[in-house]
Write a protein that binds this ligand. Structure first.
Ligand SMILES: [Zn+2]
Length: 281
């Protein structure tokens, strides 16, 4: 089993404690094993099918990263993927409406859905997994660990407004779509299940908004692919500002992306703010 310290990662952990010895221990631990599971969830035993799907997913994303000309290993093994029940999700992650989630290098996945839905959700969380992540962990004097997410892909979590959060979800889903297409040759899903996997898009309005933004830059398909790859690279490396410069986005567009939350209505607001005609998807 590979350790975190053995791989080039895009996960940055700032570990702090008042006592310098405890601080060093925490840093070493995070380097060796990655951040601990903040929620201390009780995992359901993964089925062989789930293990196969997760391994296949990791391989597909590693291939995408390689094809982008990068050398980043984002996850060493299956233990960072937690299959948990709705009850556990509600109890530990305090989700009123339990859905899959990704926090601090751990993916939390629900089992009780159809196979395509599991793959669909897993690939979205895998995309979050490969994005740049900056996390602060503080060991309190009471021995408790406190977690503060600072940057998550393009999202800036350092203020309560969660700037660029909707933009981050759009790019996450765009990367997931690319990976799901690569998964299409797999025999792990039936033809009907694959159709459902490929035709359903999460955050579809957000995705349409970002696609439109890129299409305004070029109407050449090859250039569009190259632009998308630039977006994915910046997402993986945490280079939001550099990307905006490369894409030559004006201040209004950046302001629209900054304010766009994950709510559906947020995309309509961003469209109205930029004075675009309505996007129909
Ligand atoms: Zn997401």
């Amino acid at each position: 089993m590979k350790k975190f310290s053995e791989q080039k990662s895009n996960l940055e952990v700032v570990a702090k404690a008042t006592d310098p010895k405890a601080s060093r221990r925490l840093k070493t631990e995070c380097k060796r094993n990655g951040p601990p599971d903040e929620y201390g969830v009780v995992d359901l035993k993964k089925t062989n099918w789930e293990k196969q799907i997760i391994r296949r997913g990791i391989k597909i994303f590693q291939r995408i990263i390689k094809d982008l000309g990068m050398d980043i290993k984002f996850c060493p093994n299956l233990k960072y993927f937690h299959i948990i029940s709705k009850k556990e999700m509600r109890r530990k992650l305090q989700e009123k409406n339990p859905t899959n989630g990704y926090f601090n290098c751990h993916a939390y996945l629900l089992r009780d859905h159809s196979p395509w839905y599991f793959v669909h959700g897993l690939f979205h969380e895998l995309a979050h997994f490969v994005s740049y992540y900056k996390l602060q962990i503080t060991l309190g004097d009471n021995g408790q660990l406190q977690y503060r997410r600072l940057i998550n892909g393009f999202a800036d979590n350092q203020n309560p407004r969660l700037d660029f959060n909707g933009f981050d979800e759009a790019v996450t889903e765009m990367l997931a779509i690319k990976a799901r297409q690569l998964f299409a040759s797999s025999k792990l899903l039936s033809a009907n299940q694959k159709k459902a996997l490929l035709t359903n898009i999460g955050y579809h309005l957000h995705v349409a908004f970002v696609e439109e933004l890129l299409m305004q830059k070029t109407n050449n398909q090859e250039e569009l692919m190259a632009l998308k790859n630039k977006v994915f690279k910046a997402y993986i490396l945490g280079q939001r500002e550099q990307l905006f410069k490369k894409l030559r986005l004006d201040a209004n567009t950046i302001a629209a992306l900054k304010k766009m939350t994950t709510a559906k209505t947020a995309t309509h607001r961003a469209i109205a703010f930029l004075g675009w005609p309505v996007i129909i998807v």
